[in-house]
Design a protein. Structure first.
Length: 158
């Protein structure tokens, strides 16, 4: 479908977008769980003291772009990587990718509630829902990135 160079470029861009998304969601998830402001005397305290609501629109946009990028390179994955893994009888990595796909779609479906909790709800309302929603999206992003990284490395070894 695409040339090898184009697929490699798209895969690198998809991976870089995943790294940005990891940074955004992790930063926001850590900040949303703080219970009180901390004096920022060191890196960790400064990391926690950010305003987590400022990341919301960027997380939503980056998640959607990363998702679309994954969808664009998906046919190449099925034809190249998945068929190689199937031929090598490596079913656990295939199952991990299936899990990644389902969780990524679940995360996409969570984005409207995530956005509403951060942008429309009062900061004093729905605190636990905001924390849990943000944490689940962060966990999905981390799992998707790690699984993609592992599969990319397995394909490189075969």
């Amino acid at each position: 479908m695409f040339t090898g160079t184009l697929v490699a470029t798209l895969l690198i861009l998809h991976g870089l977008a995943g790294v940005v998304l990891i940074g955004l969601t992790t930063h926001q998830a850590v900040a949303v769980w703080k219970t009180r402001p901390l004096a920022s005397k060191n890196f960790v305290r400064a990391y926690v003291n950010t305003r987590p609501s400022t990341y919301t629109n960027t997380v939503v946009a980056c998640y959607i772009l990363t998702f679309i990028g994954g969808g664009i390179i998906y046919p190449t994955y099925v034809m190249d990587v998945k068929s190689t893994l199937t031929d090598a009888a490596m079913n656990p990595p295939i199952g991990l990718f299936e899990l990644k796909e389902h969780l990524a779609v679940f995360g996409l479906a969570m984005l409207p509630s995530y956005w509403w909790l951060w942008k429309k709800a009062s900061p004093s309302e729905h605190v636990l829902a905001r924390r849990m929603n943000t944490t689940v999206i962060c966990a999905i992003v981390w799992l998707a990135f790690v699984v993609g990284y592992i599969l990319n490395n397995i394909k490189g070894l075969l």
